[in-house]
Design a protein around this ligand. Structure first.
Ligand SMILES: [Zn+2]
Length: 93
């Protein structure tokens, strides 16, 4: 199934409820969380993941926990460095 069709199904599913869509599987994932203009990588996040398209759904309690970690600055010492790339000069169209 194409990504586009999955998106349409997801949009329709808003009115129908998630149970009409592909089953969700409980998984432990990594999640990028935005807070105050910064990005935080959370590991060992419990999520419900769509078995078809891979979209993850986080429970409110998990989101609140991540907000509490970032708001209080209790984020640990590990840091990542990531490349920043602008496509402005790379697109010829
Ligand atoms: Zn899906």
């Amino acid at each position: 199934m194409s990504l586009l069709r999955e998106n349409v199904v997801a949009l329709v599913g808003v009115g129908l409820g998630r149970e009409r869509l592909a089953p969700l599987k409980r998984k432990t994932i990594e999640h990028i969380h935005r807070w105050g203009g910064r990005l935080y990588l959370f590991k060992n996040v419990q999520a419900e993941v769509c078995s078809q398209c891979g979209e993850s759904f986080l429970k409110p309690a998990v989101l609140r926990l991540m907000d509490r970690c970032t708001a209080t600055g209790k984020v640990g010492r590990a840091r990542l460095s990531i490349p920043v790339i602008s496509l402005l000069a790379k697109v010829s169209a």
